[in-house]
Design a protein around this ligand. Structure first.
Ligand SMILES: [Zn+2]
Ligand SMILES: [Zn+2]
Ligand SMILES: [Zn+2]
Length: 162
């Protein structure tokens, strides 16, 4: 299925800006050494605390990134009557809907890979429960995605309400 992660995604852009600011510090490569010295010295200056705090940035970014990768958009399509090939997908004439190839016009709705798909499978094959029982207007963004997005941006951008 198509991957909706793009440079236009405001959450991805925000996280990338955080990463850039972290790496923008000329000292960031020394931070880990500084922070381990800090433990030995038993704390100290304000700079020690800043260094210690900055090395928390990469694992926090990784944690948020992992959650977002799990709770991401998967577009669901109805099968079309054509006999598409992978070349049609590559040329943008058709879309890969995981177990079949369809036309973009037959897009139905967007679900969450983590909440409405089988975890750990390909791109998140839709569960029967989602297909039969979910209100698809609420499948994506899911509560996890909304919580992360709201915490980072203060609101859920319109573009994430597909
Ligand atoms: Zn989800
Ligand atoms: Zn078609
Ligand atoms: Zn669903």
């Amino acid at each position: 299925m198509p991957d909706d992660t793009s440079a236009a995604d405001p959450v991805a852009a925000y996280l990338s800006a955080v990463q850039d600011r972290y790496e923008g510090s000329a000292a960031h490569k020394d931070l880990h050494r500084w922070a381990s010295d800090f433990e030995e010295r038993g704390g100290g200056s304000e700079y020690d605390w800043m260094a210690r705090s900055l090395i928390d940035v990469p694992p926090l970014l990784a944690a948020v990134g992992a959650a977002l990768a799990e709770h991401k958009a998967v577009r669901i399509y109805e099968p079309c009557d054509h006999d598409h090939t992978d070349e049609d997908v590559a040329a943008g004439r058709a879309v890969d809907a995981f177990d079949f190839i369809s036309c973009e016009e037959l897009y139905l709705y967007t679900i969450c890979r983590g909440c409405c798909g089988f975890a750990g499978t390909m791109n998140g094959q839709q569960t029967e429960e989602c297909a039969a029982e979910h209100d698809h207007g609420r499948c994506y963004p899911c509560p996890t995605r909304v919580a992360i997005t709201t915490a980072l941006l203060g609101e859920v951008p319109d573009g994430d309400r597909s």
